[in-house]
Unconditional design. Structure first.
Length: 219
């Protein structure tokens, strides 16, 4: 890690927060040039709040049920993120659709992780959908967030095989292992300013193994 200024992250979560944990760990171990300045949950029971407390991180719950309109909830979230000085918004299992108000406040500064290989299988229950479709591979995708559902430009993906014996849970667990690797890595690429958005394409200043291929079943 360089001695450069740390990128200030606001992490938004609704559930257990294992992706949050992997980002906490990599920040603490100084493997990424970032610091979490706010953990924000929309759900008072979110395990992510316990993880934030345990790590001594600023955290807050803004309950979406207290707001009549999606925009009013988003305005409150944006105000909290701005107040904390957040530079990059990291959605980590945040189960709310983001409105125009939110996207406009952080242009190209909101990222999400999705447990499928976008543009295949956007939305919910995607591990089950990938198995039922008969796909031989699934994986996870880190992408910029726009006002669509899982439609923004793709930053990074990891691919895992789908096995004959897979259940929704076993596939989700295999994908989650990769999520915990690629999400901190994508944050680091942004912290190092190595990412440029070119229309739908994200250009990354990095080396790539052009011969790399995964084949399932193997040759
Ligand atoms: C992950 O599968 C992520 O891809 C999706 O929501 C899940 C969050 O899991 N967006 P966790 O709360 O980080 O454990």
């Amino acid at each position: 890690m360089s001695a450069s200024k740390k990128l200030k992250l606001g992490v938004l979560a609704s559930g257990g927060g294992t992706n949050l944990q992997s980002i906490i760990d990599q920040c603490q171990q100084q493997q990424i040039d970032a610091e979490i300045v706010l953990v924000l949950c929309n759900n008072p029971g979110a395990g992510a709040l316990d993880r934030a407390e345990k790590a001594g991180l600023p955290n807050t719950c803004i309950n979406h049920r207290d707001f009549e309109a999606r925009e009013a909830f988003d305005e409150a979230v944006v105000a909290a993120l701005q107040e904390a000085g957040v530079e990059l918004v990291v959605l980590a299992g945040f189960m709310r659709i983001i409105s125009e108000v939110f996207v406009a406040a952080f242009p190209n500064r909101i990222i999400n992780i999705h447990p499928a290989l976008l543009p295949s299988f956007p939305g919910l229950h995607v591990q089950k959908k990938a198995i039922e479709y008969g796909a031989r591979f699934s994986g996870c995708t880190v992408h910029f967030v726009d006002t669509g559902v899982d439609t923004g430009p793709i930053i990074m993906q990891a691919v895992v095989p789908i096995l004959d014996e897979d259940t929704e849970d076993s596939l989700a667990a295999r994908i989650l292992q990769q999520e915990h690797k690629i999400y901190p890595r994508a944050i680091q690429l942004i912290a190092e300013d190595r990412i440029k958005i070119d229309g739908r394409r994200v250009r990354i200043d990095d080396s790539v193994d052009a011969e790399a291929a995964l084949i399932n079943p193997p040759l």
